[in-house]
Structure formats: C-alpha cells, structure tokens
Design a binder for this molecule. Structure first.
Ligand SMILES: NC(=O)c1ccc[n+]([C@@H]2O[C@H](COP(=O)([O-])OP(=O)(O)OC[C@H]3O[C@@H](n4cnc5c(N)ncnc54)[C@H](O)[C@@H]3O)[C@@H](O)[C@H]2O)c1
Length: 327
C-alpha cells in the first residue's frame, strides 16, 4: 500500500467521534490535517491531542455555507468527509435540518472539492442505505428502499458522488459504515449511540433499556477498522477501486442481548456490581431494521481490507477507554 504521509488531508466533522479519530491517526502518520467543524455534535475535548500539533488546523465553519467549504479545501490533497447529522430518530424529529446538513452540506463540499481539484473525495456513507432489503449479508449492489429521512440523505450522497465523478471527473469513494463504536463516541444526549450509552448507564448502575426483545442484530464495527478503510480508500491506485462504495464493517453480527452480556462481563472486571444492573425491554424503534450484516468481500478484494478487531476485541479496548476517561 502507498504510504499516506506528507499529504494535506481535510477532515470535515473532525471534532466528532469518527472524525477526531481520523485526525489523530493521519497526524500521527506525518500529514497536515485540516478539520472543518461547527461543533453541532462534536466536541473540543475530542481535539485535545491535535490542537497543539503545528500540522493541525481547525476551521470553525459550517458545511451548509459554500464559502466555508471553499476555504477549507484550499491546498488539500484528500478530503475525508465525515460531517453530518447522524441518528435516525433525530432525522425523524427534524428532517429539514438533517437534509440541509447531510444533503446540501454534502453537495457544497463535493462542489468545493471538485473546483479545488482535490485528488480524491472519500465520504462517510451508511449501512442505512440498505433500507428495507432483507437479504443477508448486505452486498453493495443490492439495496432496498430507505426507512428514514437520514437513510434518504445518505443514499442521496452516493447518487451525487456518482454523478460528480461521471460529470466532472472527481474521484470519489463512499464508505458505508456499519454501527461504528470505540473511543470518543459520545455517550450523552438524546441521540447517543447504543454502546457508549449502555456503558455509561452500566458504570452508573442505572438500568438499561433495550428497544425490543434484544434479538435484533448488528455488524458492530470498531473504529480502528474504519480508520483502516479510510486509509485504504485514500491509498488505492487501482482504477476499478474508485468511484464506488464499500461496506465498512467487520463482517459478523451480534444481537443486542449479546452486546449487553459482553459489556457487563468486561465492565464487571472493574466493578463486580455491574453484573447485577437491570435490563428493561421497551418497544422496537421506528426506522430500525431487524438485522444487519455486511459482506466485506468487495473491500477485501479491491482494497485489501483486513479488519483487525471483532466486536469483542474492540469492546474490551473501548470499555477500558470509557472506564479511564468517563467515570
Ligand atoms: N457512528 C456510526 O455508527 C455511523 C454509521 C454510519 C454512518 N456514519 C456517518 O459517519 C460520519 C461521522 O459520524 P460520527 O458517529 O462521528 O458522528 P459525530 O456526530 O460524532 O460527528 C459528526 C461531526 O460533524 C459535525 N457537523 C455536524 N453538522 C455540521 C455542519 N453543518 N458543518 C460542519 N460540521 C458539522 C459535528 O459537529 C460532529 O463533529 C457521519 O457522516 C455519519 O452519518 C456514522
């Protein structure tokens, strides 16, 4: 693989969970990193390790503003576009704002990156694009109808990326992330993801609520696997590997009940009472699909992707991080 060093990389949403991990990683590899973020859901504390690095530039700005996007892409080799409003329930509550950020903001970034002639535009797509398709594992070419406003926005991103590469010649790669977890994922707020939320509640001996019976399953993907995919997406020199999308996952699935059992087991090493924290089952959530599992064959074949962390391996590391940092 071509080494990714001495480049200038723009990471939008770089103050968020995935973006801040990408910022740290690409700085550690000897690149210049520019972060564009409006701190809508990201945090300054995610950038503590970056901010004093002379190779790091923070631009506080909004992807809904084309001028901010144009300023951010100046002199940039690669864009890793992560900025978006995540969460299916948020998009159900406020579809207009989700669309403004995830569609109009995306289009602004793509336009700015095209004008600036960046080498490649790699963006965060989503497993939600599989929508109501029931087949498992999910293969990139077979998608269903979107089940939420959020899913529509992420599918529209793929459509725009394809049209821009065909029409204007910009190279794009979409990474369909599947339930990413790991250090720095936000445990707080109404739209917190399930793993950090459960970890926080378990650490505080608060009963946790599973939506439904707990037999829904997900392809939980540790952050370091996602970093690897972003690096491979930048690095590939194969023509057939660009202007397409890839599942970005581990390639296995676990139920929510499995997940809670692992979390209790690992956290009990620190505090034995956590094993006795209660689990309540509530109703299923609107827009949730029962099962999700990625085929990662395409990424293996075209990008030589080899995920290094299973759910259990990643969770052990993540739990240690949460115990050290958020207790
Ligand atoms: N976490 C997952 O499991 C997952 C799964 C599928 C796709 N994704 C996608 O990955 C990307 C990153 O997700 P995350 O989990 O790190 O979320 P996050 O909320 O932690 O990060 C998103 C970042 O984007 C920033 N942002 C939001 N609106 C902005 C705007 N208008 N202008 C500039 N910055 C803005 C936020 O402040 C935040 O720092 C998103 O595009 C998300 O849709 C995530």
């Amino acid at each position: 693989m071509r080494e990714i060093t001495n480049y200038t990389i723009l990471i939008t949403g770089g103050a968020g969970f995935i973006g801040s991990n990408l910022c740290e990683y690409f700085l550690s590899k000897g690149n210049k990193v520019i972060c564009l973020d409006n701190f809508a859901t990201g945090h300054r504390h995610n950038l503590t390790a970056c901010i004093s690095n002379p190779d790091f530039t923070l631009i506080e700005g909004d992807i809904r503003n084309l001028e901010d996007c144009k300023k951010a892409v100046e002199g940039v080799d690669y864009v890793l576009h992560q900025a978006a409003l995540g969460s299916v329930p948020r998009s159900i509550k406020d579809p207009v704002t989700t669309n403004d950020v995830n569609v109009s903001g995306f289009l602004n970034m793509l336009q700015a990156a095209t004008e600036a002639k960046v080498k490649r535009f790699v963006y965060a797509a989503s497993s939600s694009t599989y929508g109501d398709s029931v087949g498992l594992p999910k293969v990139e070419d077979v998608i269903g109808k979107p089940l939420s406003p959020y899913a529509i926005t992420k599918f529209v991103n793929e459509l725009y990326a394809e049209i821009f590469s065909k029409t204007y010649g910009i190279e794009t790669i979409g990474l369909r992330y599947f339930n990413v977890f790991g250090r720095k994922q936000d445990p707080n707020g109404a739209y917190a993801a399930v793993i950090p939320k459960f970890v926080m509640q378990l650490m505080q001996h608060e009963d946790i609520t599973i939506n439904g019976e707990g037999n829904y399953s997900r392809d939980f993907t540790y952050i370091d696997n996602v970093i690897q995919m972003n690096e491979l997406a930048i690095a590939t020199d194969k023509k057939e590997a660009v202007n397409t999308v890839y599942n970005t996952a581990y390639g296995d699935r676990n139920t929510l009940n499995d997940l809670v059992a692992y979390l209790k087991e690992y956290l009990s090493n620190y505090d034995s009472e956590i094993a006795n924290v209660g689990v309540i089952h509530g109703p299923n959530r609107a827009g949730d699909i029962p099962h999700s599992l990625a085929s990662i064959d395409k990424a293996k074949e075209l990008l030589a992707y080899e995920p290094k962390y299973s759910l259990q391996e990643g969770l052990k590391i993540a739990v240690d991080w949460y115990w050290e940092n958020l207790r």
